[in-house]
Design a protein. Structure first.
Lengths: 283, 790
């Protein structure tokens, strides 16, 4: 059971911003699938919860400017089952479909997951490899943050205090490219021990575009420049993918825990890079 | 005769559970009830230098708080151990105090230190956070073997080497000689890892002292309310037993962890007496992880000797058994009498010796967990046998067949006397293996395995042929072995004047479906509709006495007690019927719910006889009115279910992940009353056993912190981890109880674990893997593959 807190059901994003501004110890509540467990374990004790999960202005999926715009309070289930997302941003749909379990997916939201920045969450890898942007609104107005600048460290993002994620903008996946999110889930939490999101495009058998991002591997999700550099411009073959995958997570401080030590986790990164890339390349 | 027995009668309990109408302890709300929160040690081993409850006492809604010294000053005793196991040299078991709230020192993370009582649960928790305890942190004894070594921190100052007892069974010289002269010796070093029981309902206790009657009621999520009452009144609180009622209403699973007498039960009752208000405590899940007794935790060296023909000639087992920080209720018999006695397995091994050293550590106490000793014994035996088969190039089925005890029914052929104290009741061990091999399509699988290997895929099959001992008994024997309780069961059959039947049983149902199974027995034996039978359990004010439910004993022992009372009902009923029919008792037969004069159409129904018993106008002279009988059934022996489990796995070479492809379980649990309930028990048991093999395991770090004490980290088996189970059955009745039943609650757990590990080792033997430590996490298996290849 949590400590006592005040509950504010926000009337709008502006209202939520105002309450956040008034209470330093306020926390945002959307799907509650990270925050509520923290409250129950008394790992967090915010004075006020500002509930934005029900706001229509944050709950939408639409085509917008050659891509998809997803409202921050859109549930994982809605992302996973949207035909718009499936058509334009399949990586996000694939990632959303393997988050937690159906109950989690029915409640958890994309904005909540990204803001929480769990190092083993699924979305960050997909957002990075998609080249998405995260839109945040705060006391200073709205700004657009590149995914690459967003995931800073363990549970730490590029958000400023008082900012609320309002939208995730995902550029349409280029025609002719393929994408895959491959995940090795922890048997208890079902978070990613390693999750790899890959986008690959080829022309005449040569890899013209490759983006590979990992979650679960380090303190924050990251794009793997080593793998991308090893495959870009090279023939897109199984052997080429294997060679590129073999350098996954090099130069990265890899997470280590009882279930997966650093050596094993790095090995898994190579395996799942290979699986994601092969699937994306339809090999 | 048998209208219900043997049928898959739908569980009568399910309607209330499925519709959310189960009544668990935490559902009980009493007028004026207060709520307790317990401050627990965050350290594995520390002195308590000072406790300051002043801020907590001043917090909103707080009624009071107590520390260990308060209970000590009031003369509250420590929690008792229910089984005394003395040292091999005859020295008395060392049984250091197990205070209800720690005094002076804490000995594991989760050791209770302070109880805070408030008007609401939230207030109690808020206030508990304000209690300040000044700890002096001490080095912790954590590792099972190292803690029994020189220089390890002492968990209890007066227990040298942290060893409360050691124990041996069998013929050490014969076993040594057999191993010395064996043509081949297979040796394994095995860690049977610690498990957390994880019942879905967290433990809960409500103490309710009624000052008007000077009477206490304890509501508790227990598997055996009478035993809790006996232990709590006689050993801890010194209360008069007739002034104490213990109620265990619906209980959401136990798996052994709710057998034991826990501190919170004492606290709820004692605190209620102090404040003269009801006190409720309900565990949070995080608390369950550090306060429910845990299971297994053995480190063992096991050696199996074989002659040139593959006959087992000797077995020697040396085990360190971690008992945690205190001796929990049955912690002492689990790694001894419930473990060493099963090392004969299904085999004719002529020389066996087992040596056990119990070890205190600064961890949560270890006690019985589903199987309790038998899984540990079976695991090491079945791992040894499969390993021996690999080493000798023999088929694991063929090696078993060479060594199986031949079939015996316990009637025409006598029971089988083992080298380790037990006498098996009846068995046909080759029968279950043959059936399992047929179900799995063994020869086809070996071809499939060879083809897969050619493609670089790792497929394997694991064997496990197990025996287990249920319904531990008789009382005189277990008493001579150190049990401080009897192991009988009681049942009252109360025929109401209308012929409806209330049955009061000492067995306790917390998932087993007793209300259905027992009703089937009663309805068939009396020839009445099953709707006319009600099963009542879990209340010491209603049931005369009971030893409760554990060790798969309820049908074999509790069911037999019911049958005894039914026999008495029928015997007395026959006297009344004979009187009413003006016939001799000898001329009557009872069938279909009526007594008939043999060879005539003269009969009288059960209901008429029941009514006559309570309206005894026209009644046999000298016969007491009423139709209500109590029986106490003390079995002649244990029962010995057995079975063969075969598991097929695929190991992913890239990740090390073990995937179950098939699981075939053929179990012989004696006569079956309700096949669906038995299948459910086997399903649950097998899943539990698979959980140990692949997923589960409590991890303590060097400081004694439980690293994976939540469902974010502690992996339990889920539906998508499991294949569809393929179940089969043979029936070898128990010759010594009236139902011929043996017990099904633990069989699956005991058989499944080694089958899974044997399958994974079989999949990887050709790449050089010889053993895999449980749980077979992907990392563990991947590392083993890497090491084998290097």
């Amino acid at each position: 059971m949590s400590s006592a807190f005040n509950y504010h059901r926000a009337a709008s994003v502006d209202d939520a911003l105002a309450v956040l501004g008034q209470h330093e110890d306020a926390a945002l509540l959307a799907g509650g699938h990270s925050l509520i467990p923290s409250l129950k374990l008394r790992l967090a004790a915010p004075g006020t919860l500002v509930d934005i999960g029900h706001l229509d202005e944050l709950n939408y999926i639409r085509q917008q400017g050659g891509g998809v715009a997803i409202g921050a309070a859109t549930t994982h289930h809605d992302v996973a089952t949207s035909t718009v997302v499936a058509g334009q941003a399949p990586l996000l749909a694939q990632a959303a479909a393997v988050i937690g379990d159906p109950q989690v997916r029915n409640m958890g939201t994309i904005g909540g997951s990204l803001a929480h920045a769990d190092p083993a969450a699924d979305y960050p890898a997909a957002v990075l490899a998609s080249g998405a942007h995260i839109v945040a609104r705060g006391p200073g107005g709205e700004r657009v943050i590149e995914a690459g600048d967003f995931f800073v460290d363990l549970f730490l993002t590029g958000l400023q205090p008082g900012e609320i994620i309002t939208e995730v903008r995902v550029p349409a996946q280029p025609p002719g490219s393929g994408a895959c999110y491959a995940k090795f889930p922890h048997p208890a939490s079902r978070f990613a021990v390693v999750g790899c999101a890959a986008v690959v495009a080829a022309n005449a058998g040569v890899c013209t575009d490759v983006r590979v991002a990992f979650t679960g591997v380090a303190n924050a999700a990251f794009r793997d420049a080593g793998v991308e550099g090893a495959l870009g411009g090279q023939p897109l073959t199984g052997a080429g993918i294997d060679a590129a995958s073999a350098v996954a997570a090099q130069g990265v401080e890899v997470l280590s825990d009882a279930f997966a030590g650093a050596d094993y986790r790095r090995h898994l990164a190579t395996v799942f890079a290979g699986r994601a890339l092969r699937s994306a390349a339809r090999l | 005769m048998a209208k219900y027995i043997g049928q898959a009668v739908k569980r009568v309990e399910d309607r209330r559970f499925i519709t959310g109408k189960g009544r668990y302890t935490d559902d009980i709300k009493l007028p004026g009830m207060t709520y307790a929160a317990i401050v627990r040690s965050p350290h594995a081993h520390a002195t308590i230098n000072a406790i300051d409850t002043s801020r907590a006492l001043a917090a909103d809604g707080v009624v009071t708080a107590f520390v260990g010294q308060d209970l000590a000053d009031a003369g509250v005793g420590g929690l008792p151990c229910g089984w005394q196991v003395d040292f091999k040299n005859g020295d008395t078991m060392k049984e250091p105090p197990h205070p209800v709230l720690a005094v002076g020192k804490v000995r594991h993370v989760g050791d209770p230190v302070v109880i805070v009582i408030a008007e609401t649960r939230d207030q109690a928790q808020d206030a508990a956070e304000l209690v300040e305890v000044d700890y002096g942190i001490l080095p912790a004894a954590v590792d099972t073997v190292a803690s029994a070594g020189e220089g390890a921190p002492l968990v209890h100052d007066d227990v040298p080497r942290n060893v409360p007892f050691d124990w041996g069974l069998g013929d050490a010289d014969a076993a040594a000689a057999a191993l010395d002269s064996a043509a081949h010796v297979t040796t394994l070093e095995i860690t049977n890892q610690r498990l957390v029981a994880n019942a879905i309902e967290p433990r809960c206790a409500i103490g309710d002292y009624d000052s008007a009657r000077d009477h206490y009621t304890l509501y508790t999520s227990s598997q055996n309310p009478h035993v809790i009452r006996l232990l709590m009144t006689a050993f801890v609180l010194g209360l008069p037993e007739h002034k104490v009622r213990v109620v265990s209403p619906d209980v959401g699973g136990g798996f052994g962890s709710k057998i034991f007498h826990y501190a919170e039960e004492v606290l709820a009752i004692w605190c209620s007496r102090q404040i003269e208000r009801p006190v409720k405590w309900t565990a949070q899940r995080s608390e369950s992880f550090i306060s429910d007794a845990q299971g297994r935790d053995h480190v063992t060296k096991a050696e199996l000797g074989l002659d040139a023909d593959g006959n087992f000639t000797g077995l020697r087992v040396t085990t360190h058994a971690n008992v945690g920080a205190y001796l929990s209720t049955f912690s002492t018999c689990v790694p001894t009498y419930l473990y060493g006695t099963l090392l004969q397995g299904l085999y004719t091994t002529p020389a066996i010796y087992v040596d056990v050293t119990a070890v205190f550590t600064n961890t949560v106490p270890v006690d019985a967990l589903r199987g309790a000793g038998r899984p540990e014994a079976t695991y090491l035996l079945e791992r040894l046998v499969d390993t021996a088969a690999h080493e000798l190039g023999l088929d694991p089925g063929e090696l078993r067949r060479r060594n199986f005890i031949p079939p015996f029914d316990g009637v025409e052929q006598p029971g089988y006397q083992t080298q380790v104290a037990l006498q098996y009741d009846s068995g046909n061990y080759a029968g279950v293996l043959d059936k399992a091999l047929e179900m799995v399509g063994y020869d086809d699988f070996r071809e499939e395995q060879a083809a897969a290997r050619a493609e670089g895929r790792y497929l394997g099959i694991g064997f496990s042929t197990y025996i287990e001992a249920c319904g531990i008994a008789p009382s005189a024997v277990v008493g001579s072995l150190g049990a401080r309780a009897g192991l009988f069961e009681s049942a009252v059959v109360r025929v109401q004047p209308t012929g409806k039947v209330s049955v009061f049983v000492g067995s306790h149902s917390h998932g087993q479906g007793h209300e259905t199974t027992f009703s089937q027995v009663v309805a068939d034996q009396l020839g009445i509709p099953i709707e006319d039978v009600d099963i009542i359990h879990g209340d010491t004010d209603q049931v005369p006495f009971g030893m409760g439910t554990y060790g798969s004993r309820s049908l074999a022992v509790g069911g037999s007690a019911i049958v005894r009372s039914l026999d008495k009902v029928k015997e007395k009923g026959a006297k009344i019927a004979a009187h009413l029919l003006e016939a001799s008792e000898d001329d009557l037969e009872y069938a279909g719910g009526k007594w008939t004069v043999r060879g005539t159409d003269k009969s009288i129904g059960f209901g008429d006889v029941a009514l006559t018993a309570y309206v005894p106008h026209n009644y046999p002279e000298g016969l007491e009115p009423g139709l209500d009988f109590t029986s106490f059934y003390d079995p002649a022996n244990f029962t010995f279910p057995f079975g063969a489990h075969l598991c097929i796995v695929e190991v992913c070479a890239d990740t090390g992940k073990v995937t179950l492809k098939r699981f075939v379980a053929v179990d012989d649990v004696g006569n079956v009353i309700n096949p669906q309930i038995v299948e459910g028990q086997v399903h649950g048991g097998v899943c539990h056993g698979i959980g140990q093999a692949l997923l589960e395991g409590a991890i303590y770090d060097g400081d004694g912190q439980l690293v994976n004490g939540s469902y974010m980290d502690y992996a339990m088996p889920r539906a998508d981890d499991l294949p569809a189970l393929e179940l089969g059955r043979t029936v070898t009745p128990c010759p010594h109880n009236p139902l011929g039943a043996k017990g099904a609650g633990e069989a699956g757990t005991i058989g499944a674990t080694p089958a899974v590990v044997n399958a994974a080792v079989d999949a990887l033997w050709h790449v050089g893997v010889r053993d895999l430590p449980m749980p077979l996490t992907p990392q563990t298996v991947w590392q083993a593959i890497q090491q084998a290849g290097s």
